[in-house]
Ligand binder design. Structure first.
Ligand code: PLP
Length: 393
């Protein structure tokens, strides 16, 4: 063939993190067939969907098998019942939004990747380290990216660089994957004020909002002025175990305008053109998550994982290993002991304790020397991993 390709793809760094982890684990297992490996590396959940969700989805399955209640294509932005339910849920965080500002989708990853479609060529500001989708989707679109360094000195919560005065697109992730850091109201107010002053847009990823403990913002829309400069993306993946079921939402406020153009209208157009909606059965399951019982059940899921986080944190404290996170996020971000590099520590843990974590370097250069452990494992494996760490460190 001789067609022109999107050459921006050739600028992407080889996404070798998870394949390299898998390869090292495979090589180790082949040589040590008697050893049980415990995975504390993946960001996937292990607990099943909760009873109220399953009941609601079963009912929806029956409706789909009946001519009178069968549904075909779902509305591209989500059925009104789920858009309104999400909007009502935000009231619990003191946020008032309209159902028509909520766009339901098959995942936060899709929305984070697709949002570039409605944005032109702006300078992009992305934290380092962070969830890799922000960077890669902007590289694919040929955008110029500048990093916001998240370091131990700023508690992994970068603040605006006042020397950048142009209009930019700013990605913020709070609670952060991988560092577990969470912005305070005061810090987010500084970001919102900065965005308004510079005419910038903040894309706020709050996929771990329900893991927050204490008086910290769950939504960027808790901050005054945010409706003029922010889009928020959230998901049921971690909150309710929907990683394989797929349901998320993006909030594009009606008040969000650039040069007289409403971003809500543009995102609606984008979705209507390229997306055909989340399945009815899934949307009914999602609706059930926000019922009183559903919220209790998903709270129990989060508490289960956070107990794992507490167990991992305890052993690290006991051993004097520096770490952060694990309180308002399922991620524990530790400094590799003895100044080991991220991959060196990966090999050390695999070879000596048969524990698999994620090298911080995989989330950006700023992650070098750090390591991510997750609390999404089951209790039994987490307890065994904790005992192994107790012996090893
Ligand atoms: N945002 C962050 C920060 C994540 O860590 C993840 C998944 O790990 C996602 C978004 C993706 O969520 P979803 O499963 O809804 O695509």
């Amino acid at each position: 063939m001789n067609i022109n390709l999107n050459e921006n793809f050739f600028k992407l760094k080889e996404s070798y993190l998870f394949s390299e982890i898998a390869k090292r684990v495979r090589d180790y297992s082949a040589k040590n067939t008697d050893k049980k490996i415990i995975k504390l590396g993946i960001g996937d959940v292990t607990l099943p969907l909760t009873p109220v969700v399953i009941t609601s989805m079963h009912k929806a399955v029956d409706e789909m098998g009946n001519k009178d209640s069968f549904r075909g294509y779902a509305p591209e932005y989500g059925y009104n019942f789920i858009r309104d339910t999400v909007a009502s849920f935000y009231k619990t965080w003191g946020v008032s939004i309209e159902g028509e500002e909520v766009f339901v989708s098959d995942g936060a990853k899709s929305d984070l990747g697709n949002i570039v479609d409605i944005l032109g060529d702006n300078l992009i500001l992305i934290p380092d380290p962070v969830y890799p989708v922000y960077l890669d989707s902007n590289i694919m679109s040929g955008r110029k990216v500048k990093f916001l360094n998240a370091t131990i000195e700023n508690n992994f919560l970068p603040m605006p660089d006042e020397t950048i005065t142009e209009s930019t697109i700013i990605y913020l992730c709070s609670p952060n994957n991988p560092t577990g850091a969470v912005y305070s109201h005061k810090q987010l107010k500084i970001w919102v004020d900065y965005a308004i002053k510079t005419g910038s847009l903040i894309i706020f990823d709050s996929a771990y909002a329900t893991f927050i403990k204490g008086d910290l913002p769950h939504s960027i829309f808790e901050i005054d002025g945010a409706k003029k400069c922010c889009i928020e993306i959230n998901s049921l993946s971690k909150m309710a175990g929907f990683t394989g079921t797929r349901c998320a939402w993006t909030i594009v406020p009606n008040a969000l305008e650039s040069n007289g153009h409403k971003l809500n209208k543009m995102w609606a157009r984008r979705q209507a053109t390229k997306f055909n909606g989340v399945p009815y059965i899934i949307q009914r399951g999602a609706e059930a998550v926000f019922s009183e019982k559903g919220l209790q059940e998903s709270k129990a899921l989060v508490e289960y994982y956070m107990e794992n986080a507490r167990l991992i944190s305890e052993v690290l404290k006991e051993k004097g290993v520096w770490f952060t996170g694990g309180i308002s996020s399922p991620y524990i971000w530790l400094k590799c002991p003895n100044n080991l590099g991220s991959w060196e520590f990966f090999d050390y843990l695999l070879n000596n304790a048969q524990i698999v974590g994620t090298p911080g370097q995989g989330f950006g250069n700023g992650g070098e020397g750090y390591f991510r452990l997750t609390s999404f494992g089951d209790r039994e494996n987490t307890l065994e991993a904790v005992e192994r760490l107790r012996k090893l460190l």
